[in-house]
Design a protein around this ligand. Sequence first.
Ligand SMILES: [Zn+2]
Length: 261
Amino acid sequence: MRTRFVFPEGKNKALTMSYDDGVVADRRLVEIFNRYGIKGTFHLNSATFGNKGKIEPEEVATLYKGHEVSCHAATHPFLERIPRGEVMREVWEDRKRIEELAGYPVLSMSYPYGTHNDEVIEILRAAGIHCCRTTAATKAFGLPNEFLAWHPTCHHRDALPLIPNFLNIKYPLAVFFVWGHAYEFDNNNNWEDIESFCQQMAGHEDIWYATNIEICRYVKAVRSLDVSADGTMIYNPSATEIWFTADNALMSIKAGETIKL
Ligand SMILES: [Zn+2]
């Protein structure tokens, strides 16, 4: 029997968008994502709320409804250039403020300027962060070894030419992970590019439109399944229903369930 783990409802692929800095142009970007059913994660610097060009704290819960809000460090420093205790405070204070506004635990993040070192990763782990995006483009659709150094597929400026490759993929758990800043569409006067990207990527039956943490949680749950040595028994110790195909039949294992194939 051949089992293949897939995304929820048997979808082979996922698309996730990741936007930094909590800028007023997020309002227009969220409206576009909502129109096409595309999900994003918005990485916010809580110490900059209300500054020129930045969103107001009062709009965090409403503007990003249906998407994910996430940390980006409170004041946007280079995390590898400040004392260790300050790294913890930057993340912890950001979490507390954003959680208070969003009303749920905030456990994903992106690195200010995309930079980090091994020690920063360990501090994030201690601060309870599940996943943190870099800016190192892979131009590929793979899964990270370490979710605290999760390299995206590409910046949005490079995303349009990769669409045909992604749509042709047949292997499971492929992720198209796009990052950027919404203000770049104002600066470069190219909102039509993201509109075109969303239009081409929307409405595909084999794509799961998910936030960063939804993909992280799902993949971690797949990796944590207990499978018998002969491959015929699977226990799901996670809180997430996991989907797979067995000899091409779509099946799922509910949270806490053991199944025999
Ligand atoms: Zn930033």
